[in-house]
Design a protein around this ligand. Structure first.
Ligand SMILES: [Zn+2]
Length: 108
């Protein structure tokens, strides 16, 4: 059985029909680490007043967060470990993602 917005959504909490799907933006982390994810589908139930995310949505958010923090780790690594050791003449060279990953040992 597939469920979409065309059909009544059954609330996972009180198991009544009529829950609404809406899209919100959510933010994670703070200041320099801030990650904002737009259009996160939230199910909100008018019967029990609960709002929740589906397991699928949570997985997707975890993936976004992992990618985000991985990117931050890369930037910090470059700033703290790599750039200070590079002669000025070589700064400004842009690495490809594959080159970055190789340097950082992110290859799987
Ligand atoms: Zn409910």
């Amino acid at each position: 059985m597939t469920q979409s917005q065309e059909f009544p959504i059954i609330c996972d909490i009180c198991v009544k029909e009529g829950a609404q799907l809406r899209y919100v933006s959510r933010s994670y982390g703070e200041e320099d680490n801030l990650l904002v994810i737009e259009n996160v589908p939230v199910i909100s139930c008018p019967h029990c007043g609960q709002e929740y995310l589906t397991a699928e949505t949570l997985d997707e958010i975890e993936r976004c967060k992992a990618a985000h923090f991985r990117r931050l780790r890369l930037e910090n690594f470059l700033e703290e470990e790599v750039w200070p050791q590079i002669p000025d003449s070589q700064l400004g060279i842009r690495l490809s993602t594959a080159e970055e990953e190789e340097i950082l040992g992110f290859e799987e």
